[in-house]
Design a protein around this ligand. Structure first.
Ligand SMILES: C[S@@+](CC[C@H](N)C(=O)[O-])C[C@H]1O[C@@H](n2cnc3c(N)ncnc32)[C@H](O)[C@@H]1O
Length: 241
């Protein structure tokens, strides 16, 4: 798989930070929290979270060495290069994940495992992109199929199923919502730049035909607009015992 590029990812920094802050707003901050941030990326937002809730300790984990390369430092802030699927640790007061779980399969198992890694009054806060119905994502899957390449499996459950699952896992309070973010991008071409920093890290695996064909097909689908209004669907979850 091609490596994540912090520079490409951060081209839409402000737009990507918006759901992060919406998720942070759902957290009930408590004194001396121990936080785990799963799929923390560059760590910049991990540090923002750490500071915002005045946490005692925050551990950010990510399986991309390039994303973690320039991870920031602050008292109580740590980073580890590992997989979400493999990580295990002592209980956390808050397990947080912004825009990473759509890369992890089997959410029923994942949420069950995470619920066991929380303290008795622990909280879970998760934001997951769910934009597979947009042409940016449909086109990528279509082009991959046409070229005989692997198609990214969307692991997301329905919002209703997340709500049921949280109930089954013993969370007493929960907030599950689907939100449409509308991003005014300078032009339609910027959609390509956007997905290049995320979704296309999956599809850009060395077949030189993929990128030009995807770009051409996407341009036909969404047209040439200035500005371009890019809708982005996301699921936000907060739950506590
Ligand atoms: C879209 S970025 C989000 C980064 C950060 N949370 C933020 O909001 O800026 C997704 C991150 O998840 C990481 N990631 C994807 N799958 C992962 C896995 N299975 N284990 C650990 N990290 C993973 C990627 O390396 C990437 O840095």
């Amino acid at each position: 798989m091609s490596a994540w590029s912090p520079d490409q990812y951060e081209k839409f920094k402000a737009e990507r930070a918006q759901p992060f802050w919406d998720l942070v707003a759902l957290i009930d901050p408590r004194p001396n929290m121990r936080i785990l941030d799963l799929g923390c990326g560059t760590g910049e937002l991990t540090r923002a979270l750490h500071k915002q809730v005045k946490a005692m300790e925050t551990l950010g984990i990510d399986n991309s060495a390039s994303m973690l390369e320039k991870a920031p430092s602050a008292p109580g802030l740590h980073f580890q290069n590992t997989n979400i699927e493999l990580f295990d640790g002592k209980p956390f007061d808050l397990i947080f994940s912004n825009a990473a779980f759509h890369w992890v399969q089997d959410h029923e198992r994942l949420f069950a495992r995470l619920s066991k890694m929380l303290t008795r009054d622990g909280q879970l806060a998760v934001q997951m992109p769910a934009n597979d119905g947009h042409w940016s994502h449909i086109t990528a899957a279509q082009v991959a199929r046409e070229l005989g390449l692997e198609v990214k499996v969307v692991p997301l459950l329905t919002p209703e199923r997340y709500a049921e699952l949280l109930f089954e896992l013993g969370f007493k309070r929960q907030h599950v919502r689907m939100q449409i973010y509308g991003h005014v991008l300078p032009s339609s071409e910027d959609v390509f730049e956007w997905v290049k920093g995320t979704l296309l890290t999956f599809y850009d695996r060395g077949d030189p035909r993929f990128m030009p064909l995807y770009r051409e097909r996407l341009s036909k689908r969404i047209g040439n607009h200035r500005p371009y209004f890019y809708t982005y669907k996301r699921v936000l979850i907060h739950a506590s015992f």
